[in-house]
Design a protein around this ligand. Sequence first.
Ligand code: ZN
Length: 152
Amino acid sequence: MANLDDLYREIILDHYRNPRNRGELATPPAHRVEGFNPLCGDEITVYLKVNNGVLEDIKIAGHGCSISQSSSSLMSAAVKGKALSDVRAVIDTFKQLMTVHESSLENESEQAPIDLRALGELAALQGVVKFPVRIKCATLAWNTLTQGLDEI
Ligand code: ZN
């Protein structure tokens, strides 16, 4: 039986080496938003095309460490084609995943369980919370996406 950590590492490496939805979209009609993580030097540009309340298309450009790159690839695959309300729900669940360690230390009994199956491949990034300096790498794409959705 495969070790879960090995499986997660495989998923992260796969998305780093073969990033999904890499590229650019014409603006307009797409919306362009940039994010930067000065702690690590990660830079990301997210292109969003929203139509009738649906995130029709998303493209990711930029460069950075393996965590930031694989997280943006995993994110794009998770939200593309979804209704904006569902996109927001995925963002909330992922941010919860990135804070679970911190908040469970503070208040273990009230920590709501996270449905890892609902996260699919995104669950591979849960190991990042053990390395606080990497959390900003993992959340960069998500914060940038949130900013873009707020601007539209
Ligand atoms: Zn980074």
